[in-house]
Design a protein around this ligand. Sequence first.
Ligand code: PMV
Length: 361
Amino acid sequence: MFTTTDFIPKKYTSTIENGNFEWSAPSNIALVKYWGKKDNQIPANPSVSFTLNNCKTITKLGFEKRTSSETNFSFDLLFEGKPKEDFKPKIQKFLERIEVYLPFLKDYHFTIDTQNTFPHSSGIASSASGMAALAMNFMSLEKVLNPEMTDEYFYQKASFLARLGSGSACRSVKGNVVVWGSQANIAGSSDLFGVEFPYTIHENFKNYQDTILLVDKGEKQVSSTVGHDLMHNHPYAERRFAQAHENLDQLITIFESGNLDEFIKVVESEALTLHAMMMTSMPYFILMKPNTLQIINAIWKFRNETQIPVCFTLDAGANVHVLYPENVSEKVLQFIQSELVVFCQNGQYICDHIGDGAMER
Ligand code: PMV
């Protein structure tokens, strides 16, 4: 079993003065949802997600050794090529959290130059892809300082660091299907980092499609940090956490059998349960919008009438992720265009599918 001290490095054997790295990391969509956490970004229950392919953050990290030893972090932050002061506090906090695991951070001045492939303020959270892309870059630098590092440690620690930036970010390092959180029946699963789902995945899930319907692009009324926090003293918390374990166990069987009816039941129930937890928090809140419900009802009607195995999931917002196998893409896209686009803000949606995780550029 890994503990946090496994990620505190021994003395580095190499040095480097300056340079730069560039990584992309994708977003991910949870099937079993992470909602509720303990101290230090330890999840209250395990989760599993599809890694996406097209929705990603691309981050370039420039670094230059500072001349004297300093007590503060030093970094510039550029978003789409322009300085972005309001992102800095989040990065500052991230650096503070990870410094014990990357003791070189104050030795360098960093230029973090970041951009997303999805439209700004689309309501798609960029924290997962953003924190994962930054963590990958820092690991590339640590690998120069410690050239003996194995690939396995590199990716595990990248996910470990990303988690400290934003919980779900730890699922954006690796590809296809990623589990985060300790689950008795999943070998290697850990609360500290995400791991690739280690068992058989049926052909039906190969290149699974996710079309993201942008229902509401406004600022969320309640942040996920506040939402996680409201799971403390939540009347249904313990039952919910146990249910997440049960649903994850069910998915192990479903991934192997390829049973899409069973898949749909688990995935849609997880989405609605996530939002039920929000509605039963104190204070309570609702992130779905009228059009979220219009879309859900239209999907149910279409599925009933056509028997096409299309379903939805939701993240902590009003947008709807429409999930379906590749072999029904054409029919589902037609349905989306003719019946669902009217419910999207400015008719906007993004076509994505399962992908391979973070890539060096
Ligand atoms: O990583 P966070 O703290 O933004 O939380 C993400 C929570 C959900 O997206 C709602 C669920 C999940 O597992 O991704």
